[in-house]
Design a protein around this ligand. Structure first.
Ligand code: SAM
Length: 360
Protein backbone atom coordinates (compact mmCIF):
# COMPACT_ATOMS: atom_id res chain seq x y z
CA UNK A 1 0.00 0.00 0.00
CA UNK A 2 2.93 2.34 0.73
CA UNK A 3 3.91 2.00 -2.90
CA UNK A 4 0.52 3.32 -4.03
CA UNK A 5 0.75 6.25 -1.64
CA UNK A 6 4.28 7.04 -2.85
CA UNK A 7 3.05 6.88 -6.44
CA UNK A 8 0.19 9.26 -5.66
CA UNK A 9 2.58 11.64 -3.88
CA UNK A 10 5.07 11.61 -6.77
CA UNK A 11 2.75 11.51 -9.78
CA UNK A 12 -0.42 13.05 -8.29
CA UNK A 13 -2.64 10.49 -9.96
CA UNK A 14 -3.70 6.86 -9.73
CA UNK A 15 -5.90 4.55 -11.75
CA UNK A 16 -9.50 4.05 -10.63
CA UNK A 17 -8.58 0.55 -9.49
CA UNK A 18 -5.71 1.87 -7.38
CA UNK A 19 -7.90 4.54 -5.76
CA UNK A 20 -10.37 1.82 -4.92
CA UNK A 21 -7.64 -0.33 -3.34
CA UNK A 22 -6.43 2.63 -1.29
CA UNK A 23 -9.93 3.48 -0.10
CA UNK A 24 -10.55 -0.12 0.91
CA UNK A 25 -7.38 -0.42 2.99
CA UNK A 26 -8.24 0.29 6.59
CA UNK A 27 -5.17 -0.98 8.43
CA UNK A 28 -3.45 1.43 10.79
CA UNK A 29 -0.16 1.38 8.89
CA UNK A 30 -1.76 2.58 5.64
CA UNK A 31 -3.86 5.23 7.37
CA UNK A 32 -0.90 6.58 9.32
CA UNK A 33 1.41 6.66 6.31
CA UNK A 34 -1.20 8.35 4.08
CA UNK A 35 -1.90 11.07 6.64
CA UNK A 36 1.77 11.56 7.38
CA UNK A 37 2.63 12.03 3.69
CA UNK A 38 -0.33 14.38 3.16
CA UNK A 39 0.62 16.39 6.24
CA UNK A 40 4.22 16.62 5.05
CA UNK A 41 3.11 17.71 1.60
CA UNK A 42 0.94 20.49 3.04
CA UNK A 43 3.81 21.62 5.28
CA UNK A 44 6.23 21.64 2.35
CA UNK A 45 3.95 23.94 0.36
CA UNK A 46 2.42 26.16 3.01
CA UNK A 47 4.59 25.84 6.10
CA UNK A 48 2.94 25.63 9.53
CA UNK A 49 0.36 28.21 8.47
CA UNK A 50 -3.40 28.06 8.12
CA UNK A 51 -5.29 30.52 5.96
CA UNK A 52 -8.48 31.94 7.44
CA UNK A 53 -11.62 32.84 5.50
CA UNK A 54 -14.47 34.80 7.03
CA UNK A 55 -17.70 32.96 6.25
CA UNK A 56 -20.75 35.20 5.89
CA UNK A 57 -23.97 33.22 5.51
CA UNK A 58 -25.87 35.86 3.56
CA UNK A 59 -29.26 34.12 3.50
CA UNK A 60 -31.09 30.84 3.91
CA UNK A 61 -33.89 31.25 1.36
CA UNK A 62 -33.46 28.62 -1.35
CA UNK A 63 -35.40 27.62 -4.45
CA UNK A 64 -33.83 24.15 -4.35
CA UNK A 65 -34.98 21.10 -2.49
CA UNK A 66 -31.79 19.03 -2.03
CA UNK A 67 -32.84 16.09 0.10
CA UNK A 68 -29.92 16.34 2.54
CA UNK A 69 -30.02 20.07 3.24
CA UNK A 70 -31.67 21.69 6.26
CA UNK A 71 -32.47 24.93 4.39
CA UNK A 72 -34.18 23.13 1.49
CA UNK A 73 -37.27 24.84 0.13
CA UNK A 74 -39.49 22.06 1.46
CA UNK A 75 -38.54 22.60 5.10
CA UNK A 76 -41.32 24.81 6.51
CA UNK A 77 -39.74 25.08 9.96
CA UNK A 78 -36.84 27.29 8.82
CA UNK A 79 -37.01 30.95 9.89
CA UNK A 80 -35.94 32.47 6.59
CA UNK A 81 -33.66 35.51 6.42
CA UNK A 82 -31.51 37.42 3.98
CA UNK A 83 -28.81 39.83 5.13
CA UNK A 84 -28.93 43.39 3.82
CA UNK A 85 -25.98 44.77 1.92
CA UNK A 86 -25.18 47.06 4.86
CA UNK A 87 -25.13 44.12 7.27
CA UNK A 88 -22.82 42.19 4.96
CA UNK A 89 -20.50 45.19 4.75
CA UNK A 90 -20.52 45.45 8.55
CA UNK A 91 -19.52 41.78 8.76
CA UNK A 92 -16.64 42.46 6.36
CA UNK A 93 -15.54 45.49 8.42
CA UNK A 94 -15.52 43.44 11.62
CA UNK A 95 -13.66 40.66 9.84
CA UNK A 96 -11.07 43.04 8.39
CA UNK A 97 -10.21 44.36 11.85
CA UNK A 98 -9.81 40.79 13.10
CA UNK A 99 -7.35 40.03 10.28
CA UNK A 100 -9.51 38.39 7.61
CA UNK A 101 -8.46 39.08 4.03
CA UNK A 102 -10.96 36.73 2.37
CA UNK A 103 -14.72 37.03 2.69
CA UNK A 104 -16.85 34.08 1.66
CA UNK A 105 -20.47 34.94 0.85
CA UNK A 106 -22.49 31.75 1.06
CA UNK A 107 -26.22 31.23 0.80
CA UNK A 108 -29.15 29.43 -0.72
CA UNK A 109 -30.27 30.10 -4.28
CA UNK A 110 -32.40 33.04 -3.26
CA UNK A 111 -34.84 34.60 -5.72
CA UNK A 112 -34.83 37.81 -3.62
CA UNK A 113 -31.06 38.31 -3.66
CA UNK A 114 -31.09 38.64 -7.45
CA UNK A 115 -28.09 38.59 -9.78
CA UNK A 116 -28.20 42.41 -9.88
CA UNK A 117 -28.18 42.52 -6.10
CA UNK A 118 -25.25 40.09 -5.85
CA UNK A 119 -23.30 42.00 -8.49
CA UNK A 120 -23.78 45.30 -6.68
CA UNK A 121 -22.96 43.73 -3.33
CA UNK A 122 -19.70 42.32 -4.71
CA UNK A 123 -18.91 45.75 -6.22
CA UNK A 124 -19.29 47.63 -2.91
CA UNK A 125 -17.17 45.06 -1.04
CA UNK A 126 -14.54 45.27 -3.76
CA UNK A 127 -14.51 49.06 -3.52
CA UNK A 128 -14.14 49.14 0.26
CA UNK A 129 -11.72 46.21 0.55
CA UNK A 130 -9.44 46.33 -2.51
CA UNK A 131 -6.85 44.10 -0.84
CA UNK A 132 -9.26 41.29 0.06
CA UNK A 133 -10.38 38.24 -1.88
CA UNK A 134 -14.11 37.78 -2.40
CA UNK A 135 -15.36 34.22 -2.61
CA UNK A 136 -18.93 33.40 -3.60
CA UNK A 137 -20.83 30.20 -2.83
CA UNK A 138 -24.30 30.91 -4.10
CA UNK A 139 -25.07 27.85 -6.18
CA UNK A 140 -25.95 27.46 -9.84
CA UNK A 141 -26.27 30.68 -11.87
CA UNK A 142 -26.14 31.51 -15.56
CA UNK A 143 -22.72 31.90 -17.14
CA UNK A 144 -23.57 35.55 -17.75
CA UNK A 145 -24.29 36.06 -14.03
CA UNK A 146 -20.97 34.43 -13.08
CA UNK A 147 -19.23 36.78 -15.53
CA UNK A 148 -20.93 39.83 -14.04
CA UNK A 149 -19.95 38.83 -10.49
CA UNK A 150 -16.38 38.29 -11.67
CA UNK A 151 -16.20 41.67 -13.36
CA UNK A 152 -17.62 43.27 -10.20
CA UNK A 153 -14.65 41.90 -8.27
CA UNK A 154 -15.31 38.31 -7.13
CA UNK A 155 -12.21 36.12 -7.29
CA UNK A 156 -13.25 32.65 -6.18
CA UNK A 157 -16.35 30.46 -6.33
CA UNK A 158 -17.21 27.35 -4.34
CA UNK A 159 -19.65 24.91 -5.91
CA UNK A 160 -19.41 21.30 -4.79
CA UNK A 161 -20.33 18.85 -7.52
CA UNK A 162 -21.69 16.74 -4.58
CA UNK A 163 -21.34 13.44 -6.47
CA UNK A 164 -20.20 12.61 -9.99
CA UNK A 165 -22.42 9.60 -10.39
CA UNK A 166 -25.70 10.41 -12.17
CA UNK A 167 -27.90 7.91 -10.31
CA UNK A 168 -26.45 8.91 -6.96
CA UNK A 169 -26.92 12.60 -7.81
CA UNK A 170 -30.56 11.91 -8.56
CA UNK A 171 -30.93 10.07 -5.25
CA UNK A 172 -29.77 13.22 -3.42
CA UNK A 173 -31.60 15.86 -5.47
CA UNK A 174 -35.03 16.54 -6.92
CA UNK A 175 -35.66 15.70 -10.57
CA UNK A 176 -35.23 19.27 -11.81
CA UNK A 177 -31.57 19.36 -10.74
CA UNK A 178 -28.91 17.77 -12.91
CA UNK A 179 -25.28 16.75 -12.37
CA UNK A 180 -24.44 17.80 -15.92
CA UNK A 181 -25.71 21.30 -15.33
CA UNK A 182 -23.76 21.54 -12.10
CA UNK A 183 -20.56 20.46 -13.83
CA UNK A 184 -21.26 22.90 -16.69
CA UNK A 185 -21.44 25.65 -14.05
CA UNK A 186 -18.06 24.52 -12.72
CA UNK A 187 -16.55 24.63 -16.20
CA UNK A 188 -18.02 28.11 -16.79
CA UNK A 189 -16.50 29.33 -13.54
CA UNK A 190 -13.09 27.99 -14.48
CA UNK A 191 -13.27 29.40 -17.99
CA UNK A 192 -14.19 32.85 -16.64
CA UNK A 193 -11.08 32.81 -14.47
CA UNK A 194 -12.38 32.16 -10.97
CA UNK A 195 -10.31 30.13 -8.55
CA UNK A 196 -12.87 27.36 -8.47
CA UNK A 197 -13.70 25.00 -5.64
CA UNK A 198 -15.63 21.78 -5.81
CA UNK A 199 -16.10 18.77 -3.56
CA UNK A 200 -18.33 16.22 -1.93
CA UNK A 201 -20.02 15.15 1.28
CA UNK A 202 -18.55 11.92 2.61
CA UNK A 203 -21.13 9.31 3.55
CA UNK A 204 -24.05 10.99 1.80
CA UNK A 205 -27.00 8.57 1.65
CA UNK A 206 -26.53 5.91 -1.02
CA UNK A 207 -22.83 6.69 -1.56
CA UNK A 208 -20.72 3.67 -2.52
CA UNK A 209 -17.01 3.05 -2.95
CA UNK A 210 -17.51 3.17 -6.72
CA UNK A 211 -19.07 6.62 -6.43
CA UNK A 212 -16.09 7.86 -4.44
CA UNK A 213 -13.70 6.53 -7.07
CA UNK A 214 -15.65 8.47 -9.71
CA UNK A 215 -15.40 11.59 -7.53
CA UNK A 216 -11.66 11.13 -7.15
CA UNK A 217 -11.17 10.75 -10.90
CA UNK A 218 -13.34 13.79 -11.59
CA UNK A 219 -11.44 15.99 -9.13
CA UNK A 220 -8.15 14.66 -10.47
CA UNK A 221 -9.01 15.77 -14.00
CA UNK A 222 -10.90 18.98 -13.15
CA UNK A 223 -8.01 20.29 -11.05
CA UNK A 224 -9.99 22.64 -8.80
CA UNK A 225 -8.04 25.29 -6.94
CA UNK A 226 -10.10 24.53 -3.80
CA UNK A 227 -11.49 21.24 -2.56
CA UNK A 228 -14.33 21.16 -0.02
CA UNK A 229 -14.79 17.85 1.70
CA UNK A 230 -16.76 17.17 4.84
CA UNK A 231 -18.95 14.43 6.30
CA UNK A 232 -22.66 14.28 5.55
CA UNK A 233 -24.52 15.14 8.75
CA UNK A 234 -28.27 14.54 9.08
CA UNK A 235 -30.80 17.31 9.63
CA UNK A 236 -33.93 16.33 11.54
CA UNK A 237 -36.38 18.04 9.14
CA UNK A 238 -35.14 16.48 5.89
CA UNK A 239 -35.96 13.16 4.18
CA UNK A 240 -32.51 11.95 5.31
CA UNK A 241 -33.14 12.71 9.00
CA UNK A 242 -32.47 9.12 10.07
CA UNK A 243 -29.45 8.43 7.88
CA UNK A 244 -26.12 7.96 9.67
CA UNK A 245 -23.47 10.68 9.61
CA UNK A 246 -20.43 10.24 7.36
CA UNK A 247 -17.35 8.66 8.89
CA UNK A 248 -14.52 10.72 10.33
CA UNK A 249 -11.88 8.22 9.21
CA UNK A 250 -13.09 8.11 5.62
CA UNK A 251 -13.34 11.92 5.46
CA UNK A 252 -9.74 12.26 6.68
CA UNK A 253 -8.57 9.58 4.30
CA UNK A 254 -10.13 11.33 1.30
CA UNK A 255 -8.74 14.66 2.46
CA UNK A 256 -5.24 13.18 2.52
CA UNK A 257 -5.70 11.65 -0.93
CA UNK A 258 -6.79 15.06 -2.29
CA UNK A 259 -3.73 16.70 -0.73
CA UNK A 260 -1.39 14.24 -2.46
CA UNK A 261 -3.37 14.55 -5.70
CA UNK A 262 -3.29 18.38 -5.71
CA UNK A 263 -0.43 19.48 -3.43
CA UNK A 264 -1.11 23.23 -3.70
CA UNK A 265 -4.92 23.10 -3.55
CA UNK A 266 -6.64 25.10 -0.84
CA UNK A 267 -8.38 22.51 1.31
CA UNK A 268 -10.42 23.58 4.34
CA UNK A 269 -10.87 21.65 7.53
CA UNK A 270 -14.63 22.14 7.17
CA UNK A 271 -17.24 23.20 9.69
CA UNK A 272 -18.95 19.84 9.13
CA UNK A 273 -15.76 18.07 10.21
CA UNK A 274 -15.54 20.29 13.31
CA UNK A 275 -19.23 19.59 13.99
CA UNK A 276 -18.74 15.82 13.74
CA UNK A 277 -16.15 15.65 16.48
CA UNK A 278 -14.63 18.26 18.84
CA UNK A 279 -11.09 17.93 17.47
CA UNK A 280 -12.25 17.52 13.86
CA UNK A 281 -10.62 20.71 12.67
CA UNK A 282 -7.22 19.81 14.09
CA UNK A 283 -7.45 16.29 12.71
CA UNK A 284 -8.31 17.71 9.28
CA UNK A 285 -5.22 19.90 9.39
CA UNK A 286 -3.02 17.01 10.44
CA UNK A 287 -4.46 15.05 7.48
CA UNK A 288 -3.44 17.78 5.01
CA UNK A 289 -5.96 20.67 5.21
CA UNK A 290 -4.60 24.24 5.15
CA UNK A 291 -7.67 26.49 5.45
CA UNK A 292 -10.31 27.19 8.10
CA UNK A 293 -13.46 29.24 7.62
CA UNK A 294 -14.61 30.80 10.90
CA UNK A 295 -18.15 32.12 10.94
CA UNK A 296 -18.42 35.88 10.47
CA UNK A 297 -22.23 36.00 10.15
CA UNK A 298 -24.21 38.09 12.66
CA UNK A 299 -24.50 35.81 15.71
CA UNK A 300 -28.29 36.20 15.84
CA UNK A 301 -28.68 34.60 12.40
CA UNK A 302 -26.18 31.74 12.69
CA UNK A 303 -28.61 29.19 14.08
CA UNK A 304 -30.97 29.85 11.15
CA UNK A 305 -28.36 28.68 8.65
CA UNK A 306 -28.66 25.09 9.84
CA UNK A 307 -27.66 22.79 6.98
CA UNK A 308 -27.48 19.92 9.49
CA UNK A 309 -28.09 19.41 13.20
CA UNK A 310 -25.51 20.51 15.82
CA UNK A 311 -23.60 22.79 13.46
CA UNK A 312 -20.53 24.36 15.10
CA UNK A 313 -20.79 28.13 14.69
CA UNK A 314 -19.43 29.52 17.94
CA UNK A 315 -16.19 29.29 19.94
CA UNK A 316 -13.23 28.64 17.68
CA UNK A 317 -15.57 28.13 14.69
CA UNK A 318 -16.53 31.81 15.03
CA UNK A 319 -14.61 34.83 13.80
CA UNK A 320 -14.76 36.39 17.27
CA UNK A 321 -13.12 33.23 18.65
CA UNK A 322 -9.96 33.71 16.61
CA UNK A 323 -7.68 33.77 19.65
CA UNK A 324 -9.11 30.46 20.82
CA UNK A 325 -8.54 29.08 17.32
CA UNK A 326 -4.97 30.41 17.38
CA UNK A 327 -4.31 28.59 20.69
CA UNK A 328 -5.79 25.34 19.37
CA UNK A 329 -3.65 25.57 16.25
CA UNK A 330 -0.58 26.35 18.30
CA UNK A 331 -1.04 23.09 20.18
CA UNK A 332 -0.60 21.18 16.92
CA UNK A 333 2.31 23.34 15.76
CA UNK A 334 0.42 25.76 13.47
CA UNK A 335 -0.35 29.45 13.37
CA UNK A 336 -2.92 31.59 11.61
CA UNK A 337 -1.83 33.36 8.44
CA UNK A 338 -3.54 36.63 7.58
CA UNK A 339 -2.21 36.38 4.05
CA UNK A 340 -5.00 36.51 1.46
CA UNK A 341 -4.04 32.97 0.55
CA UNK A 342 -4.67 32.82 -3.18
CA UNK A 343 -4.07 29.63 -5.10
CA UNK A 344 -0.46 29.37 -6.24
CA UNK A 345 1.28 26.63 -8.10
CA UNK A 346 4.65 27.43 -6.52
CA UNK A 347 5.42 26.75 -2.86
CA UNK A 348 4.72 29.71 -0.59
CA UNK A 349 7.76 31.15 1.15
CA UNK A 350 6.02 31.23 4.51
CA UNK A 351 9.00 32.81 6.26
CA UNK A 352 8.34 36.06 4.37
CA UNK A 353 4.53 35.97 4.17
CA UNK A 354 3.84 35.44 7.85
CA UNK A 355 5.26 38.56 9.49
CA UNK A 356 1.78 39.60 10.61
CA UNK A 357 0.37 36.14 11.08
CA UNK A 358 -0.50 36.17 14.77
CA UNK A 359 -3.69 37.97 15.73
CA UNK A 360 -3.27 40.12 18.84
N1 SAM B 1 -26.42 27.02 -2.41
C1 SAM B 1 -25.03 26.89 -2.55
C2 SAM B 1 -24.66 25.59 -3.22
O1 SAM B 1 -25.54 24.83 -3.56
O2 SAM B 1 -23.49 25.35 -3.45
C3 SAM B 1 -24.25 27.04 -1.25
C4 SAM B 1 -24.91 26.58 -0.01
S1 SAM B 1 -24.96 24.82 0.18
C5 SAM B 1 -25.95 24.70 1.61
C6 SAM B 1 -23.29 24.48 0.70
C7 SAM B 1 -22.91 23.03 0.88
O3 SAM B 1 -23.43 22.55 2.10
C8 SAM B 1 -23.40 22.07 -0.13
O4 SAM B 1 -22.56 22.06 -1.26
C9 SAM B 1 -23.39 20.72 0.61
O5 SAM B 1 -22.30 19.91 0.25
C10 SAM B 1 -23.28 21.15 2.08
N2 SAM B 1 -24.36 20.55 2.88
C11 SAM B 1 -25.68 20.75 2.75
N3 SAM B 1 -26.36 19.94 3.58
C12 SAM B 1 -25.45 19.20 4.26
C13 SAM B 1 -25.54 18.16 5.23
N4 SAM B 1 -26.70 17.72 5.67
N5 SAM B 1 -24.37 17.65 5.70
C14 SAM B 1 -23.19 18.09 5.27
N6 SAM B 1 -23.05 19.06 4.34
C15 SAM B 1 -24.17 19.60 3.82
Amino acid sequence: MKQLIDQLRNEHRLSGEDYRTLLQADDAETTTYLQQEAHRTALAHFGPEIYIRGLIEIGNRCRNNCLYCGIRKGNPSVARYGLSRDTILDCCRQGYVLGFRTFVLQGGEDPVQTDDWVEQTVAVIRQEFPDCAITLSLGEKSCEAYERFFRAGANRYLLRHETFNEAHYRHLHPAEMSPLHRRQCLQDLKDIGYQTGTGIMVGSPGQTLDHLVEDLLFIESFRPEMIGIGPFLPHHATPFAHEPAGSLELTLKLLSIFRLMHPTALIPATTALASLTPDGRERGILAGANVVMPNLSPSGERSKYALYDHKAAFGSEAAEGLQLLARQLERIGYRISTDRGDYRTEPVDYRTTSANSRPE
